[in-house]
Design a protein around this ligand. Structure first.
Ligand code: PEP
Ligand code: MG
Length: 863
């Protein structure tokens, strides 16, 4: 099977084999754009590399050499020839992982090539600079010798010899660099370009498994097995002279989505200078003044690429001696705000269809959009410390942290760095926002932050960081690590302290985008809301009714907890009746308020399901208060608490087990629901209450409880002299319930999968305790995804599917949904679409995610 391709043998359709970089370069070649020639070692070769014990086989070597021959022919250049071929060797996975793997430039340099290059370019400084950079990059990436050693060595020699001949100094730098290489590796620096090439390919393959790449894949849910391709491309030199340069630009603004080419460049520089954020580059608009023809050509090409790929493009380019080359294009990472704007604009411009636009927005970053902006009144009075560049839209408030590893130890951090490097990936992923002193809007920090939907301010040169004292100086202030700042990725502003936020709001683009998703999706999206405030919020985000109202959560508010505590701790019917009376009043009012907000959409109220330990008083002062309320001695309260303690609370006296022991609890709740519904209907508000029984293990419990509830509801109807429509259904949270779903469906009017408990009971893993060992499960590849966050399709999913099939067969009218945490997770939502669920339900802040993910899953599955 073929493992090495020339650019003219590939295309976008082969991205899985050629990687994103290789596939897109081949595509550019196909449509005749100016790109330097090259060849690609495929991901297939990478997979075999790992299978073969991380060794490049002789067979692969000869295939590379064969294609290299072709490259030498088309470029008219040869390794060590009169006109020497130099190449860049770069990784390129099928999914873009910016900066996570490695790149080597100027490969092919050696003493012999140096002489030839000098003869051609007549610029010794330029050639020696290429050579010294190559040794440094090669040593760092291939042999793991830190590049800082080489920088230091070079800096030192130039400082010591500042009045001496520059060329001699360069020669000394090169000699010393090679000696350093030999000291560290025990081997001579490889002179043969072919040997250099094989070693480089080997290193790039290995970089697929470096820590930061593994972490990036884990954070972004990228499959570890896809491997990377290696792109070997003829070098063009942005550092040749004043009419040479290098840049990165987006076909639209990746931060705010504006329709303008947005990017940066540096004249007389090589690509790494920009992405590493070492020199702060010029905005692309300045190129219009410096090299107007190149600028015009680039703007045209950006449009060609955007139209061809039907998406905003992130383009790397190099100008060599006044000629423009494109080095890479890919769909650009963008802030959540820009993602929505670009999707909507591209439909309005006729570039993509609504369905195509919907597929372009990553739903999981949308909650970022809902955190609003700083209140304009508050920013007027807040202390403005300074201003950088707006790197990624959004706002963030957090404690300043100057090191990624310390971000991991504190909640609500803002990572402030001189410049971010790929090693900061974990810190960036955990921080609320990122600030960098150096680097432009295309530096790594900004690119990665944008991809993760994080707010980011870059290039704030006013900041001086003192790493030793762990403080920074900005705008005349000293800000210590741990102090709060507020940053805006819309404006680049950095404020001292916490600035007040506006209420979350939908802008017009988001409204339009969500309306398309709603039109297209099949599944309903409901919310998990326990209070009128939640219901109001979720409805605003587009929820279609309530899929789960956890009644025990209604008691979390301030003084209400004492009512439920009193009820739980009652030991005789009189005590309980007293507590239930209070509960009836409180709940009736809560349900009434929720029904009024939701109106004529379904509200599913789940009856009491407290793992009792969550509700019992723990602190001595609370126990004393309980004694006072129940008018009992403290010692009696303590005895009752001991009596009620379950050894396994999650599997103990919980869920509907409570109502088998004390039917009056559920009866009272059913009464509260129906009385509230009648009150609404009397006021002309149409309501659709549905009553849900939790945690059943078989039809017997359901029959028993349903019978009791119905009798109570009939009493209410009689007392009130009117009826309302209602349904009674059940949660599906135990394997046994799924296995016997057909029997249960005969008694239930609806099912709602409680995948939190179903995951817990199927896997036999405590939902509260598994965090203690989950990291190791990921580290050793036992779990790819966290099962309490993303549904375990193979195991838990199989039970869901069985429950759906058996349930619908026995009762075709049965409505089936899901209300565990998985209801707001895009990957899980895709599974629920495939399984044919009628709706998903999730917390108000995930409603948007669910609406977009439901639309995407429908589009995908329709195909
Ligand atoms: C569930 O178990 O998935 C569920 C929604 O119920 P709770 O989280 O309240 O146990
Ligand atoms: Mg549950």
């Amino acid at each position: 099977m073929k493992k090495v391709y020339a650019f003219n043998e590939g295309g976008k359709d082969l991205i899985n084999i050629l990687g994103g970089k290789g596939g897109n370069l081949s595509e550019m070649k196909k449509i005749g754009l100016p790109i330097p020639e090259g060849i690609i070692v495929s991901t297939t070769a990478c997979k075999e590399f790992f299978k073969d014990g991380k060794k490049i086989t002789k067979e692969l070597e000869s295939e590379i050499l064969e294609k290299l021959e072709y490259l030498q022919e088309v470029t008219g250049k040869r390794f060590e020839g009169e006109n020497p071929l130099l190449v860049s060797v770069r990784s390129g996975a099928p999914v873009s992982m910016p900066g996570m793997m490695d790149t080597i430039l100027n490969l092919g340099m050696n003493d012999n090539t140096t002489e030839k290059m000098i003869a051609i370019f007549k610029d010794k400084v330029f050639v020696y600079e290429l050579y010294s950079r190559f040794i440094q990059m090669f040593s760092d990436i291939v042999m793991g010798i830190e590049k800082e050693h080489f920088f230091k060595l070079k800096e030192q020699l130039f400082a010591e010899r500042k009045d001496e001949d520059k060329i001699e100094t360069y020669k000394m730098v090169i000699k010393a660099s090679k000696e350093l290489y030999k000291k560290e590796t025990g081997k001579d620096f490889p002179e043969s370009p072919k040997e250099q090439l094989f070693m480089a390919v080997n290193a790039i393959f290995n970089s697929w498994e470096n820590d930061r790449a593994i972490l990036y894949r884990r954070i972004n849910g990228i499959d570890d097995s896809m491997g990377t391709a290696v792109v070997i491309q003829e070098m063009v030199f942005g550092n040749l002279n004043e009419i040479s340069g290098t840049g990165v630009a987006f076909s639209r603004n990746p931060s705010n989505g504006d329709k303008e080419v947005f990017g940066e460049y540096l004249l007389k520089a090589q690509g790494e200078d920009i992405v590493a954020g070492i020199r702060t580059p010029e905005p692309i608009s300045k190129l219009k003044e410096q090299l107007p023809e190149i600028y015009d050509q680039f703007i045209k090409l950006a449009k060609v690429l955007e139209d061809h790929n039907k998406d905003m493009q992130d383009i790397e380019f190099t100008i060599e001696n006044g000629k423009l080359y494109l080095l890479q294009t890919r769909n650009g990472k963008r802030s959540p705000y820009a993602a929505v704007k670009i999707a909507v604009d591209m439909v309005n411009e006729g570039i993509v269809t609504k369905e195509e636009a919907i597929m372009k927005v990553d739903p999981s970053v949308l909650p970022q959009l809902l955190h609003g902006n700083f209140d304009p009144e508050a920013t007027k009075t807040a202390v403005l410390l300074g201003k950088g560049l707006p790197g990624s839209a959004g706002v963030a408030i957090g404690r300043v942290m100057f090191a990624s590893e310390r971000v991991e130890t504190r909640a609500l951090s803002i990572l402030v760095r001189e410049e971010t490097s790929p090693e900061d990936i974990k810190g960036i992923s955990l921080a609320q926002g990122i600030v960098t002193v150096k680097g432009g809007a295309t530096s790594h920090g900004a690119v990665v932050a944008r991809g993760m939907g994080k707010c980011c301010v870059t290039g704030c040169g006013e900041i001086q960081i003192n790493d030793i004292k762990r403080e920074m100086y900005i705008g005349g202030y000293t800000v210590k690590e741990g102090d709060f700042i507020s940053i805006s990725g819309y404006t680049g502003e950095i404020f001292l302290g916490k600035v007040k936020l506006t209420e979350p709001q939908f802008d017009d683009n988001l409204k339009e985008f969500v309306s398309w998703c709603k039109e297209i999706k099949r599944m309903g999206v409901r919310m998990n809301a326990d209070t009128p405030a939640d219901a109001f919020l979720g409805k605003g985000f587009g929820a279609e009714g309530i899929g789960l109202c956890r009644t025990e959560h209604m008691f979390f508010q301030k003084d209400k907890i004492w009512t439920i505590r009193g009820m739980i701790m009652s030991e005789n019917p009189e005590e309980r009746a007293e507590a239930l009376k209070k509960m009836l009043e409180m709940q009736r009012e809560d349900f009434y308020n929720i029904f009024k907000i939701v109106g004529d959409e379904i509200v599913i109220v789940r009856l009491l399901d407290p793992p009792l330990h969550e509700f019992l008083p723990k602190e001595p002062k609370d126990k004393e208060k309980m004694a006072e309320i129940l008018n009992l001695p403290l010692i009696e309260i303590e005895r009752r608490i001991r009596n009620m303690k379950d050894e396994n609370p999650m599997l103990g006296h919980r869920g509907c087990r409570l109502a088998v022991t004390y039917p009056e609890i559920y009866n009272t709740q059913a009464r509260a629901i129906i009385e509230a519904a009648i009150q609404c209907e009397r006021e002309g508000i149409k309501v659709k209450p549905e009553i849900m029984i939790p945690l059943i293990i078989g039809v017997g419990e359901l029959k028993f409880i349903k019978g009791n509830i119905k009798t109570e509801i009939d009493k209410v109807f009689e007392e009130q002299g009117m009826k309302v429509e209602y349904k009674i259904g059940t949660m599906m949270e135990t394997p046994r319930a799924c296995l016997l779903a057909d029997e249960i469906a005969g008694e239930a009017e609806f099912f709602s999968f409680g995948t939190n408990d179903l995951t817990q009971t199927t896997m036999g893993l405590s939902r509260d305790d598994s965090v203690k060992f989950m990291d190791e499960y990921h580290e050793h590849g036992i779990f790819k995804l966290e099962p309490f966050a993303s549904i375990d399709v193979r195991g838990v999913g199989k039970l869901v599917k069985l429950g759906v099939d058996l349930g619908k067969k026995a009762n075709p009218e049965l409505e089936i949904g899901i209300c565990g945490e998985h209801g707001g997770d895009p990957k899980s939502i895709n599974f629920f679409e495939e399984t044919g669920l009628d709706y998903v339900s999730c917390s108000p802040f995930r409603v948007l995610v669910a609406i977009v993910a439901a639309a995407q899953s429908y589009i995908k599955n329709k195909k």
